[in-house]
Design a protein around this ligand. Structure first.
Ligand code: F6R
Length: 607
């Protein structure tokens, strides 16, 4: 999704803005632009496509004079990805430049009103109304004009504003779209994402909805919609610069796959003390949990699939019924939710618009909310009554990997923690703790055992369509495996509950159709085996994901991905890792833009 950066200080702004935008590339975008207050006026440079084009046009920023500026990467929503629609947008009098993330829902009404008053529009975007409103309300006081402007806006926005009349100042405003102020020495910044700030400062202030900031190189002041000053807390950014770089890998995705043993360890280790799960951050008490009749998990995409996996573990260990509902569906379904529901919200970014909306809907109905989030200080983290961080570190590749496995790790931990809190932890509690401790090692083994994946990818990368099948926990992992394949390799891939094949899908199996069969849940493996035989009989090429000691699988499948021995309930977190690698190598063989797949964005902040 779109990215925003802003800089004011004594250095040349443009190279800093370009570097900041470079750090936001991973979010997905299709055009970009910067605006800098030059000697007399605001200069704007925009391109369609990559930031490299912007660097080329501006001699890496050196061609643009000025120490205060704003930048933007745009992921098209209203209007095609053209230069005209790219941000920053300029007011008709050239006095204001604006960058915006989010969606202005009432832009059409505002557009008509502004056109009626003689303002002309250069783009099809919803954003452009903002800059004309600024011009309309400006009577010599930018702060006042900004407050009046945002009072007219409905929807979501993170705004960065530059005014020609105040050459050393920037303004920022936020409503339902993240914006972080970076505090430097003799220079200050804003960005929609901390990854754009870490190279410059560790001190950050997270703007809340309805808050504004005024930045000069000497300092930053915060105010509310009445213009009243606000005291804000400064937070420390703990992510390091290297964590947001490729570190010798060809792609961020590969680096992040390889980081999973460490990331899962970071999620689990601090929460295991004296052979018990501890969640010091949770306010949810034993009494609160005893009053819970149903758990609803909501999320989007991979986070939803983490929920699908987590359901098996939560139900098995807590005996509380669990429903997993897509956030985009839940928000409009008038769900049967009340104070006896625990809503678990899962989100890597913490900024997914549908997830936020579903969460608000359920909160309004009285649900108790617990969020599993990676990005500290994100909207979902702040909205939830309880937040458990996954501690995965920055995830740059658009396709999530360590974000997903750390979500699973936290769901496993929560399941064990709740079982103890409810007083129903079984005899296997201690064994389960040992298994959780061993997961980082098992994930590493699953990586080490599969050096033949690039070769397998060579075999499968030209397939028209791939089917992923499995039952129970294997089915949940199959859903995520198929999504990984689709999003980065652009091959059609579908996951099916193995027992469901014969109810229709098997009609699609023909000679050489690849079927990836997940057989890691021993309790149900025999059943999946029968489904493998069925597809084999119709000519399918079967790639089985299983254990080495499985003679039946060895005798029926054509190819193998092996994983180390792992308890059924927790097997998904291990078996998904080689499937991420398979998707990676297939995408590589297909020459795809792995870290930034087409049409996708890292953080989906629109509905
Ligand atoms: C897939 C992927 C997406 C996200 C989804 C939710 O690889 O990354 O499906 O899982 O957009 O995002 P978060 O977790 O940020 O709410």
């Amino acid at each position: 999704m779109c990215g925003i950066v802003g800089y004011t200080g004594s250095a040349q702004a443009a190279p800093i803005l370009l570097e900041g935008l470079g750090k936001l590339e991973y979010r997905g975008y299709d055009s970009a632009g910067i605006a800098v207050r030059g000697k007399e006026d605001i200069s704007v440079v925009k391109v369609t496509g990559r930031i490299a084009g912007l660097c080329e046009k501006t001699d890496n920023g050196k061609a643009l004079e000025g120490c205060t500026g704003i930048g933007h990467t745009r992921w098209a929503t209203h209007g095609a990805p053209t230069e005209g629609n790219a941000h920053p947008h300029l007011s008709n009098d050239g006095r204001f430049a604006v960058v915006h993330n989010g969606i202005i829902e009432n832009y059409q009404t505002l557009r008509e009103e502004l056109k009626g008053k003689g303002y002309h529009f250069d783009s099809e975007t919803d954003t452009e109304v903002i800059v004309h409103l600024m011009e309309m309300y400006y009577k010599g006081d930018v702060k006042k004009a900004l407050i009046q402007t945002v009072n007219r806006l409905q929807g979501s926005y993170a705004l960065g504003v530059l005014c020609k009349d105040e050459p050393d100042k920037l303004y920022a405003a936020r409503e339902a779209s993240p914006l972080i102020i970076g505090l430097g020495l003799g220079e200050n910044y804003f960005a929609s994402d901390v990854t754009a700030l870490v190279a410059y400062t560790r001190n950050a202030v997270y703007l809340e909805d309805g808050e504004f900031a005024e930045l000069t190189k000497e300092g930053v002041s915060f105010f509310d919609c009445l213009g009243q000053p606000l005291a804000k807390q400064v937070s420390r950014i703990t992510w390091d610069v290297q964590a947001a770089e490729k570190g010798g890998y060809d792609h961020f995705m590969l680096k992040e796959i390889m980081e999973q043993p460490g990331a899962v360890k970071a999620a689990i280790s601090p929460r295991l003390k004296n052979n018990a799960v501890v969640f010091e951050e949770l306010k949810l008490t034993k009494e609160d949990l005893a009053g819970i009749r149903k758990i609803v998990i909501t999320a989007c995409g991979s986070a939803y699939y983490a929920g699908c996996s987590g359901k098996y573990v939560l139900e098995a260990l807590t005996h509380i019924p669990v429903e997993v509902v897509l956030a985009s569906e839940l928000r409009y379904s008038n769900p049967l939710i009340d104070a006896s529901t625990l809503l678990i919200v899962i989100s890597q970014s913490g900024e997914t618009a549908d997830t936020i909306a579903a969460m608000k809907e359920c909160r309004a109905k009285g649900a108790r909310t617990l969020a599993i989030v990676n990005v500290v200080g994100s909207t979902i983290a702040k909205l939830a009554e309880d937040t458990v961080y996954t501690w995965a570190g920055p995830e740059i590749a658009v396709a999530t990997t360590k974000g997903f496995t750390t979500q699973l790790a936290v769901l496993y931990l929560l399941s064990l923690y709740f079982s103890k809190l409810l007083g129903i932890a079984g005899e296997d509690y201690a064994a389960h703790i040992r298994i959780l401790k061993s997961l980082p090692r098992l994930i590493q083994q699953a990586i080490d055992m599969n050096h033949s994946l690039p070769k397998l990818a060579e075999k499968y990368h030209r397939a028209k369509s791939l089917f992923f099948i499995g039952r129970n926990t294997d089915y949940a992992a199959a859903l995520e495996g198929a999504l990984k394949m689709k999003e980065i390799s652009y091959l059609h891939a579908e996951a099916y509950a193995a027992g469901e094949l014969k109810h229709g899908t098997i009609a699609l199996i023909e000679e050489h159709t690849p079927v990836i069969a997940l057989c890691c849940n021993r309790r149900i493996m025999e059943k999946t085996l029968s489904n493998i035989v069925e597809v084999k009989a119709r000519g399918a090429e079967v790639l089985a994901v299983s254990y080495r000691d499985n003679p039946k699988i060895l005798s029926v499948a054509d190819d193998f991905i092996f994983i180390p021995e792992v308890e059924d309930l927790f097997s998904a977190i291990v078996e998904i890792v080689p499937l991420q690698l398979l998707a990676y190598y297939v995408a590589k063989a297909n020459g795809c833009d792995i870290d930034k797949p087409k049409n996708l964005a890292k953080s989906v902040t629109v509905e």
